[in-house]
Design a protein around this ligand. Sequence first.
Ligand code: APR
Length: 228
Amino acid sequence: MKKKAVILTGAGISAESGISTFRDSDGLWERYRVEDVATPEAFARNPQMVLDFYNQRRRQLFQARPNEGHRQLVRLEEKYDVRVITQNIDNLHEQAGSSVVLHLHGLLTQARSSVDESLIVDIGSRDIRLGDRAPDGAQLRPHIVWFGEAVPNIEPAVRLCAEADVFVVIGTSMNVYPAAGLIHYVPSAARCYLIDPKAVPVSRPVTVVCQKAGTGVKVVVDELLSLA
Ligand code: APR
């Protein structure tokens, strides 16, 4: 039976595809205030500003292509049962060909009712405009988990982490919970790696590959394939 490799990704894996990270010096949270664009209160106060922000993110996604980091993770499936848990709202892992991708913070290509969170619709590359309605008649909003909202996929993510033989963290500053807490559920016997050009503090021993995803993921994937 194949060993289970769980990969936790953040904005850094998509940086070389041209998608902005959040907390780097040129990151999105330098240019926007979280409380203006990424909270339910912001959407109640100024829905147009929030829709504009995510419409821009979606347009940026449709200019982007998966990079070598996303592609190398697909190679790992030759010998491992690979589950990607991503904080990213882009679909570049899916575009690269990863088979199992769990989105913790939602997906830009989907919208949902602003009243009933279970009413989700695919919108592809389309903008969401004021007046666009969900099947229940309520205003559509991005299918994004905003600050202050529950993370419905955290429980399946915990279950995946608890079964990991291998755990790889790529391109996340580990600032945002509950995602950053997932590492605590990984069994102590698991082989753990962290790929990031900056030092990221984590609370357990990991093999650090201090490189961008575009080169660093291949280093780890080569090693894991040679061990399997
Ligand atoms: N390759 C790998 N890592 C990179 C690269 C790269 N080319 N470029 C930057 N990084 C790293 C940075 O060093 C940093 O550690 O990616 C990380 C990005 O961190 P954040 O911007 O904080 O992004 P992330 O951790 O994904 O943010 C978590 O915060 O605002 C929310 O909901 C949003 O999902 C997001 C969450």
